[in-house]
Design a protein around this ligand. Structure first.
Ligand code: SF4
Ligand code: SF4
Length: 161
């Protein structure tokens, strides 16, 4: 049968891929996943992008879909917040596993190393922005003079001095 973008050629999977991922931090928990979907349900990225699912990425790893996983923008969308890891009934450490996927993606040329550093810098800036906005909003609550949008604008102006 002809393959389409929505079908997955599972019989062509890379048998060694899951083992390589399992050798990284938290990788020993990979076989424990029983696809309950709790991680996807509690993920803040999944809440704004319904196509993002840590459970699905785990399944792709186990099917040996190296190119699909390492070439996917999804592994860079994760906030590394560990909410999924804390919520998983099986103790699967997806955030750590995703860190391994990123290292493998750079090492195997799926993403440029300089681009990966740009992503890391962007994540730091976004975290700093979030902290600044929430800190200011909480200190001024409940009579905040500035709207959330104005708080974001102010924090952006202050981000790099
Ligand atoms: S919460 Fe844990 S067991 Fe459930 S799908 Fe996610 S990783 Fe798998
Ligand atoms: S670590 Fe990543 S996948 Fe897990 S809940 Fe946070 S954003 Fe979602």
């Amino acid at each position: 049968m002809e393959n389409t973008s929505s079908t997955i050629p599972i019989l062509q999977g890379d048998a060694g891929f899951a083992q390589e991922v399992a050798a990284g931090p938290g990788g020993d928990t990979l076989p424990l996943c029983y696809q309950c979907g709790t991680c996807t349900g509690c993920c803040p990225v999944g809440a704004v992008d319904e196509g993002f699912s840590p459970a699905l990425i785990i399944q792709w790893i186990r099917l040996g879909l190296r190119e699909r996983v390492l070439g996917s923008p999804k592994i860079w969308l994760c906030l590394q917040c560990h909410r999924c890891s804390f919520s998983c009934p099986q103790g699967v450490r997806f955030a750590d596993i995703n860190g391994t996927l990123r290292h493998m993606a750079v090492r195997e040329g799926f993403v440029d190393a300089a681009k990966a550093q740009e992503f890391a810098a962007l994540e730091r800036d976004l975290s700093a922005l979030r902290c600044a906005v929430l800190d200011r909003a909480m200190r001024e609550a409940p009579n905040a003079a500035l709207s959330t949008e104005e708080l974001v604008r102010e924090a952006l102006r202050n981000l790099h001095g």
